[in-house]
Design a protein around this ligand. Sequence first.
Ligand SMILES: [Zn+2]
Length: 271
Amino acid sequence: MNTATGFVYHADYLRHNTGYHPESAERLISIMGKLEERGITKKMERVLPTRASQAQIEYVHTDAYVKKVDTICDRGGGMLDPDTPLCNDTCDIALLAAGGVIKAVDEVMDESNALKHIFALVRPPGHHATPNRGMGFCIFNNVAIAAEQLKRKYGAKRILIADWDVHHGNGTQDAFFEDTSVLYFSAHQYPHYPGTGWIGEVGKGKGKGFTVNVPLPAGTDDSGYLYALNNILVPIATEFRPEFVLVSAGFDAHTADPLASMHVTSLGFGL
Ligand SMILES: [Zn+2]
């Protein structure tokens, strides 16, 4: 009998070598270490990722962008943008990251098992990657590709992406800005990198109203986040009635994170 919660992880995620960089293999080593130390991995089912296909990557990204990424990796690595280093293994590992979130979706949708929640512990990250541009440590937009998998393979019509990373997920927003089947919600520090995510960015055309941005001032703490989530996300999500919820669960709003200025506590993330 499967447990109800699973986690996606693969040691190959450590092979995306960014050198001395805030988005490093140490992130996953540290998280896995804590989960193991506290016996949490034993309570969850391990889900092994497989690589996303080129076609699945192109659910979201342009062929020209994918070729550009491949070319940099084939050369042995280089900078995709000033913040985003690639090594020769990055393209392969980025496919495994996107494939990990796809696998999580497939496992949850598989009614023959009891997995209903899966934590995808993958890297490189994705929410800044737009359809035609990688940036902000992100190569392929893992969560957006998984949402497309839900639409294309399972016919999902109402997918909620809740993004509480401290940075606005501009790539995810761009991917679904005119799409009524994906409600993108982001609460983030503003103004801050990448500069987008103002409250007036609400979607376009028929997608108007399906993008919800909650720009929060530097210094927002547990109570501020709880207020925003309870008073904005919960009522909107209740009305939307999502068939599936994807969370871009960045933890960089933590008070100890040096790249931002929020004051969410470890306890606050658990509330
Ligand atoms: Zn972030």
